[in-house]
Structures are given as structure tokens and as C-alpha cells.
Ligand binder design. Sequence first.
Ligand code: GLC
Length: 441
Amino acid sequence: MKEKLLETAKSVLLKNWTGTFTKPAPNLYPHQWNWDAGFIALGYAHFDWPKAKQELRSLFKGQWSNGMLPQIVFGKEKDAHYFPGPDFWKAHEAYAHPKNAVTSGISMPPVHGFILWRIFQIASKNDLKDSRAFLEEMFPKVKKLHEYFYQYRDPKNEGLVYIRHPWEGGTDNSPIWDTVLRGINPAELEIPSYKRQDLQNPEAAKHRPTDLDYDRYVYLVDLFRRHQYDDDAIYKECPFLIQDPLFNATLVWSNECLIKIGQEIGAEVAEIIHWNELSIYSFNEKLWDEDRGIYNAYDLRNEQLIPVFTNSGLMPLIGEVPTQEQAEEILLKLESPHFGGKDDQYFLCPTYSLQSENIDFQKYWRGPIWINMNWLLYQGLLRYDMEDMAAKVKADTLQLIEEYGFYEYFDPRKSSTNNLACGTNQFSWTAALCIDLLMEA
Ligand code: GLC
């Protein structure tokens, strides 16, 4: 059983391999995406080390001179109709855009530090010299990315970085963004004309973000390009400036792993230690919700917390941000009717509280299960020795994949008569993280 699943997972990655990078999915996502590439590299590290390295090298070819690592590095496929494409982003007008790559103009959750450390653990068993050389090659690039975040996305020097677009958070239509997006009223704004490409598959189209959401996404991109991606100018004008717990949790865990990498290769890590201490401190001071026992996001433009119950608020576990006591509160949340971890009606872990009035079990980041979020949650639970819950998250994850296939996301309701598989099939990070879960020591 395990062997068959493993072989199919590998074949998904190999089918999506383009020769230089791996597409997140064959049709819907024809280019290279930032955090997808990180998870994909981890999958390859278990069976094809050269491809794992190439995946990350290709992504970092798109890194900007100021350190920003773009959300999309565009591939060469001429027939790849993807909106927004390079013509819309106009990212090449930015002073920091690289000469040898074509990219979008925002970033994504910085998973690369912890991915790098983890793939080193795997690959060094076979080839210590080569895997250490790869650490030496990548360490300065990943450090530069973190430096960009602390320098340009942390205007109050509190160690919490903001995102300026829902796509930057990776959780496109998460309910976390709702209040801030509602403040952007497309009817009163000039929105450049555009044509969506994500609605072509009528089945998947039902679950995608609305046109109104899309207008707002486009408005923000237009604002960035008007400022030619100047971070200071964007900060002054952008209505969307959010400190997101998922994003900052990946940064903290990656900081921690960069420190380990620096020690492994003999590089200076004092600055990273400083960043990380400040981040963890502010996380707990500012984003921890004592009453509800979960981390919140913070709206930096309107200076207020965003108390919305999503599983992003559980993710600081990955970077050991919570104390043991806080982590136990988080575990209680996971077991509670919010996430359904104690009863047998739901697979873990829905992205949005099951008690939210407007949960939508099939709509993208507003309820469905995503495999990368489950993988992160699993790693976080293990850090606190919460073995039973970790085992449940892992078992549910593998069961969904085995029963339904390598889909993009899944309806969590066991009682549903619908097919629980949602979105696009042959999704690369579902396959890659399945490989990691099956192969872990
Ligand atoms: C969607 C997801 C995002 C992912 C991208 C490519 O936009 O929301 O997280 O990186 O697809 O798979």
C-alpha cells in the first residue's frame, strides 16, 4: 500500500517537472511558485537529490537584488495563459528586478530556511560533501531574503513582518483578509481591465475566489506597479498591511534553521539570533490571544487585531513560539468543535473554524484542508511531543490522499456525499509532502 502511494506520488512530481523546475499543477499553475518550490524540493530530496537542488536554484534565480524572493518565477511556456502574467505585473520596472528572470512583484511565506535544513538532513546521509556545499551556496540567499523582510516589511522594528497582498500570504481568500479587503471598494476605484484564467475548469471554478475579490487583488497589484515596487512608497499608500501568524511562523522556524545551518558551515549567525528573539517576543506580546488561546493576525494599517479563527493561528507551533502552556491551549483548540479534532465527523485540519457561520467546506482557503498546512501542523505538534494529535493529523492526511488522489485541497466532512477532493488534480506539493510523510525516519 505504502509502496504504491509512494511511487504514484513520485510520478506526479516527475510529470510536472519541466526540465528546470516543477509546476505546482499541470494546467492551472504553469509557472514556478515560491513556497510550492520549497515543499517540492523536500519531496525530491527523498529520491532525486539533483532535482531538489535544481528546484531551489531555479526559484532563487528569480531573487531580486534587494533580497525579495518572488511569488512566481515565470517559465517559458508560450501557451501558458496565466493571469496575472508578466505584462500585468510590470515587475521588470522595479530597480531590484533580476536581469535573467521574469517574476511577479510580491513574495510568499519564507519556508526555504527550514526546507534547506530538512533536505540537508536527508541528503547528507548519502553525500555529506555535496549537501554541505549546497548549504553554503544557499545560506547567503536565504539570509538575504530574511534581511529583506526585516528591513522593508517591519516598519516598527518589532520583528513581525507584514504582507501586502493576500497572494503573498499563500492563503489567497482566507477569511483573515475579509475586513481589510472590504475596505477596498472597487466601485469607487480605477481597476485596470483584466481577464481571469483560473475559471476555465468549471468544476474547480465554483470554489475559486469571487470576481469582487479578484478586483481587489488587481487593485493592489496596480498600486504596486504604479510605485514601481518601491517598498517605502507602497507602505505609505497600501490599505493591505497585515502581520499574519502563518507567514511569521514560517519566518521564525526558518530563522531557527538558518542558525543551525550557519553553525554547520561556520557562518556568522548573531544577526539571525537577534531577529528571531525579537520575532518570538513580539509574537507573544502582540498576536497571542489570551482569552481564545490562539494567535491572531494584526491589521497594521488600521492598528487592530483580526480575531478570526483559522488554522494559521495554530502555526506558531512550528517555530516553538508558544510556551508549553500556550501550546496546550492550542491543542485544546484543535480538539474543540472549532477544528473537530476530538470527534470523528471531520478530517483534520479544516482551515477555518467549523463554528464560523460563513465556513465554506469547498471554497479554497475558507474551510477545506490543505496538505501543506497539515504537514506544518504535524511538525509543530511533534515539537511539543503531542504525539497522539500529530499521529491523527498524519493519518488523516494520508487517508485523504490515498482515497481521493493528489488533489489541491479537500472537503473535511466525513459525512458528505460529495467527493471530498477539490481543486486541481496532480498537485505537486500534495505529492511532495506525502512522500515526506511516508519516508520520514
Ligand atoms: C494558489 C494557492 C497558493 C499556491 C498557488 C500555486 O494560489 O493559494 O498558496 O502557492 O496556488 O500552487
